[in-house]
Write a protein that binds this ligand. Structure first.
Ligand SMILES: [Fe+2]
Length: 277
């Protein structure tokens, strides 16, 4: 089983995956995964606090996987060794805690997963570079190229896309103004890049976080599920998305039927044509 959530933020929000609160955890074992869509936050001070949480996570029976969000210490994260796992590159944090690197595609638990971590800190002007903010929070050109190459190798098709921030056409993309001039030349516009990935990838479900809400929306009929408080099993999320899509289609069918009815009624009562457009 693969359970998914987002934004654990170290000590602040990690309680949601504590087996005392996340009761499904009590039946999870070594073949199961807990996946965090960024803002893991347990690689932050590079010292005792990180050690405390990593030791606790390591003691849990499952494998913890995470993509990066904007609230990771990228200097410390980059010190962990890179190795191959499930068809892609990971950084091994502990024997059962892996960082899924940007642009890598993995095959595990019967699905393929495309990791596209990173995201914009909307409060970066109040933060200090190298202390609590890093340019590396968004994709470099090289990372983007790697992602596109890997996607090509997989024939443009994956089951699940994992991101922290959203693609440009998502309704949350304009919640905060972007301060793009704070990033050096080698960084790309992350939301536009994710939008490009969205339009060129055949995927079943997009999962993201960052905006601290649990919601679902569709782009070209494809679901994007945002997670925050929820810790949900992946097949359960896929079923939820399928149901939400059917409900939307039914709603739109009823609205169209209502519109047609009112057009017919208007025609019969006034002998006038309904306005079009
Ligand atoms: Fe975030």
């Amino acid at each position: 089983m693969v359970y998914v959530t987002s934004d654990t933020h170290g000590a602040f929000d990690i309680h949601k995956i504590n087996p005392r609160e996340f009761t499904a955890a009590q039946s999870m074992g070594s073949d199961d995964y807990l996946l965090i869509c960024g803002d893991f936050g347990c690689i932050w001070d590079g010292g005792k606090t990180d050690e405390f949480w990593l030791k606790w996570l390591e003691s849990l029976p499952w494998t913890t996987l995470f993509i990066d969000g904007n609230h990771e210490n990228f200097d410390v994260l980059s010190t962990y060794p890179v190795r191959e796992w499930a068809g892609g590159k990971i950084r091994e944090i502990r024997k059962n805690i892996f960082y899924l690197m940007r642009g890598e595609i993995y095959d595990f638990a019967g699905k393929t997963w495309f990791a596209l971590g990173g995201g914009y800190s909307h409060d970066s002007s109040f933060r200090t570079r190298g202390t609590d903010w890093w340019h590396e929070e968004v994709f470099s050109k090289e990372e983007a190229e790697n992602a596109l190459n890997n996607l090509k190798k997989h024939g443009g098709k994956v089951d699940v896309i994992l991101s922290h921030d959203v693609y440009a056409s998502h309704s949350c993309s304009e919640v905060y103004p972007l301060e793009l001039d704070r990033y050096p030349e080698d960084r790309i516009n992350q939301m536009e890049f994710l939008e490009d990935i969205r339009t060129r990838t055949d995927y079943r479900l997009w999962l993201c976080g960052h905006y601290h809400q649990d919601s679902i929306e569709f782009a070209d009929q494809k679901p994007c599920r945002m997670l925050f408080n929820d810790v949900r099993e992946i097949d359960d999320l896929m079923e939820e998305a399928r149901t939400a899509k059917l409900q939307l289609e039914e709603k739109s069918r009823l609205e169209n039927a209502e519109e047609e009815d009112s057009c017919s009624a208007g025609f019969l009562s006034s002998h006038q044509l309904c306005a079009i457009g």
